[in-house]
Design a binder for this molecule. Structure first.
Ligand SMILES: Nc1ncnc2c1ncn2[C@@H]1O[C@H](COP(=O)(O)OP(=O)(O)OP(=O)(O)O)[C@@H](O)[C@H]1O
Length: 741
């Protein structure tokens, strides 16, 4: 009724007169109806007061007893309405799985089984090596055990110890009657015990006779059972026969109490004040359960606390749980922003063995338009990524594993026969040499020649993008590129010129800090912007991601990032983007070398920690051999003799400059030279600007572009140009080099 007067009172009482008075004083709550409303608030439900307006239901002040303190429903409907379709309501229902998580997935079952077997194996090996020591201890304590055991049996049969204290007390009091009664009771007890003892001794003697008369192995088997039992009886209480396998607990089971304690140890005011008011402010919408090689707790944090705030305090969380950092993996969970998924592994991730890369299997193939496994999560689930319409930035300090991770991508690309692969390794170590049979272009080193070739390659990439955009335009007109993007059909179409092109650069900072750096950065940025839709996939690996080593134009435009171990927040955010560190995505927690391959992968939904698959050079060779076979079949195996860029304009700039050089001039302006070059070869040089000529001359160190003065109509004018003598020196140098090659 809730204070609402009944205007048609059968007793004829006019409630409305007293209406104001009653509502001012208090609301009268019909507890039964209020509880029924809370429990099942759908119209028509039994117990629901259908006359009750819905908005009042929320305003009722429930007493503590009537408050539902169970976990809130996740993502539930804000307002229940009659017209919500049944299937939506159905979707909102969460049923618990019939089988436990570890029994439902083969991966989880295998992980649980592996973990158990590992434990059993460890314990067996531990005791196995100590067997001689255990045998010696048993030999010492077994005879003692024989005497001690006999003595104990006799004492038990005499029943002396049962009421000894009571008899003593009766004797001290001089209470003969009580003493006699107690002793009579002892004697009764002792009588049947002597019978039991006698029968047991006879059974043992019979057993011993049978064993003595039986085959020899019976005696050994009996000794193997009896002697350790005797030794166990004979040993002092503080000297166990076997050594302890572990000191303290090796695995801390995740319990609600442990999680609550850990969360309240984070010194987050919002959590602590909420928990102080209501101990159930931290709730668990799903039971804590086994998930892969560890346990998962899904936690609803107190109202207003975001899961990312906890993720950012991972170190404190691990400290509160007394576990190594790489055993504790908090991440935001789906549902709402206050839901945290806290996964705690059986052991630190660095100690867990990663499964083999699925692409190592002889039948594995790759389609760059689809995902392929690249890494594993801390739970050892495979993480898939794709290459098409993506550019990648791999960053990390030396020993973080970025070269190996980058190589994984190129190995995967090699297994798609359509993909053309070209790239430069500017560290000069040869980590990618294993891939050279499938690469159309490969450079290795940090000498000026390699840097010049790498720069020329970037220029070529830009030209290639321009060519590809014309081709896309053409196919779009034919209706074959509906989104003005390369489609799988166009990528497979021979002669379309739109096959996927993977262009990779490892240790790009070497080029960016060289004399080509500024131009290379600008052109590469354009390539990244243009090439994505055109099937040009850029992969960059760098140790130093700051703006001098990698122009921000490039970092900004890359859409997929893998940040391996980095030293500080700045490097972290340069790779993963501003605020990544603040939001809890911190690759600083990984140690180089020890945790090589671990990093934060971004660009595929929520950034998450993963470890790239480890593929050593021998395994890489096996993949390359398969890629060679695939490409031979498809006719796309590059010819190692002609590692050239087939569509690159074939021209000899130095030779052409020498041919068009204005007779008798010691120096000439770039703009004059460009005009003359365009006359000589319009297909190549038409539209060249003086700056473009300067850039094209960069690989030829002898030719220095500088100021050249001229007198035009009597007026001194200075413009950029080159000297004839420098040109001749560069040509002589080049010829000498070619002869020595
Ligand atoms: N996913 C991985 N799992 C396990 N070990 C790995 C993994 N990736 C790399 N390593 C190991 O880490 C070492 C360093 O890797 P890598 O050469 O890729 O590092 P890097 O970051 O490129 O270092 P540098 O910048 O010095 O070249 C490798 O020799 C390899 O043994």
């Amino acid at each position: 009724m809730n204070g609402t007067p009944d205007r048609d009172d059968p007793n004829g009482f006019d409630w409305s007169k007293y209406e104001d008075e009653v509502t001012d004083v208090a609301d009268v709550v019909d507890l039964g109806a209020a509880r029924a409303r809370r429990g099942a608030p759908t119209p028509g439900d039994p117990g629901r007061d259908d006359d009750q307006p819905d908005d009042q239901a929320d305003d009722d002040g429930y007493d503590a007893e009537s408050v539902d303190d169970g976990p809130g429903r996740d993502g539930g409907l804000v307002d229940r309405a009659d017209d919500i379709p049944a299937e939506v309501l159905q979707r909102q229902q969460h049923r618990r799985p019939i089988l436990a998580d570890w029994a439902r997935s083969r991966r989880a079952f295998r992980a649980a089984l592996r973990h158990k077997l590992k434990d059993v194996g460890y314990v067996a090996a531990y005791h196995g090596v100590r067997l001689p020591k255990y045998a010696a201890k048993t030999a010492v304590w077994a005879p003692v055990g024989l005497f001690r055991g006999t003595g104990r049996a006799l004492r038990w049969a005499s029943a002396e110890e049962g009421n000894w204290a009571l008899r003593q007390a009766a004797a001290q009091r001089g209470d003969a009657d009580a003493w006699l009664k107690l002793d009579a009771r002892r004697q009764r007890q002792s009588t049947w015990r002597w019978w039991v003892l006698g029968a047991s001794a006879a059974a043992m003697a019979a057993g011993a006779t049978v064993v003595a008369l039986g085959p020899e192995w019976w005696r050994y088997a009996a000794a193997a059972v009896v002697v350790p039992v005797l030794a166990r009886v004979g040993r002092p209480a503080d000297k166990p026969l076997t050594d302890r396998v572990s000191e303290g607990t090796r695995y801390r089971k995740l319990t609600a109490e442990l999680v609550r304690r850990a969360l309240t140890s984070l010194q987050m005011a919002a959590i602590n004040s909420a928990v102080a008011k209501d101990s159930k402010a931290i709730s668990f919408p799903v039971d804590i359960h086994r998930d892969g090689p560890g346990h998962l707790a899904v936690v609803d944090l107190p109202y207003g606390v975001e899961a990312s705030e906890v993720v950012a305090r991972r170190g404190k969380l691990a400290s509160a749980m007394r576990l190594p950092l790489d055993q504790v993996w908090p991440e935001p969970a789906p549902g709402h922003t206050g839901r945290l998924a806290l996964w705690v592994g059986y052991e630190p991730a660095s100690a867990m063995k990663q499964p083999a890369w699925p692409l190592l299997s002889a039948s594995a193939k790759v389609d760059v338009f689809k995902t392929f496994p690249f890494a594993t999560t801390p739970r050892l689930d495979a993480v898939g990524i794709d290459l098409m319409f993506r550019n990648y930035l791999f960053g990390g300090q030396p020993g973080s594993g970025k070269t190996f991770a980058l190589r994984d991508l190129i190995l995967a690309a090699a297994l798609d026969a359509r993909v053309e692969i070209r790239g430069y390794e500017l560290k000069g170590v040869g980590d990618f040499a294993v891939l050279s049979p499938v690469m159309a272009e490969y450079g290795n080193g940090f000498d000026d020649d390699t840097l010049a070739r790498c720069f020329a390659f970037i220029e070529w990439l830009y030209e290639e993008c321009r060519r590809r955009s014309k081709r896309i335009e053409h196919y779009a007109k034919l209706g074959k590129a509906p989104e003005n993007k390369v489609t799988p059909e166009l990528a497979s179409l021979k002669g379309s010129g739109l096959h996927p092109l993977v262009a990779w650069f490892d240790e790009l900072q070497e080029l960016m800090t060289s004399k080509y750096g500024k131009d290379a950065g600008e052109i590469l940025e354009k390539v990244i912007k243009l090439g994505r839709a055109l099937g040009v996939i850029i992969l960059i690996g760098t140790q130093i991601p700051d703006k001098d080593n990698l122009p921000t134009g490039i970092t900004r435009n890359v859409n997929s990032r893998f940040c391996l171990s980095v030293a500080d927040q700045t490097a972290n955010d340069m790779i993963l983007g501003t605020s990544a560190y603040k939001n809890g995505y911190r690759a600083t927690v990984f140690q180089p070398v020890v945790e090589a391959g671990w990093g934060i992968l971004a660009g595929f939904g929520k950034p998450s920690p993963v470890r790239s698959f480890y593929v050593d050079t021998t395994a890489a060779e096996r993949i390359v051999a398969r890629a060679v076979a695939l490409r031979t079949g498809a006719g796309t195996l590059p010819n190692p003799e002609e590692q050239t860029r087939d569509t690159a304009p074939a021209f000899d700039l130095l030779g052409d400059l020498a041919r068009i050089w204005p007779a008798g001039e010691k120096a000439a302006w770039n703009e004059t030279l460009c005009a003359l070059l365009a006359e000589l070869r319009p297909d190549v040089y038409a539209g060249w600007e003086p700056a473009q000529l300067s850039t094209a001359l960069k690989p030829h160190g002898a030719v220095k572009v500088g100021d050249v003065g001229r007198r035009i109509d009597g007026k001194a004018t200075t413009r950029r140009g080159i000297k004839h003598a420098d040109l001749l020196t560069a040509i002589a140098e080049r010829d000498r080099k070619q002869r020595s090659d």
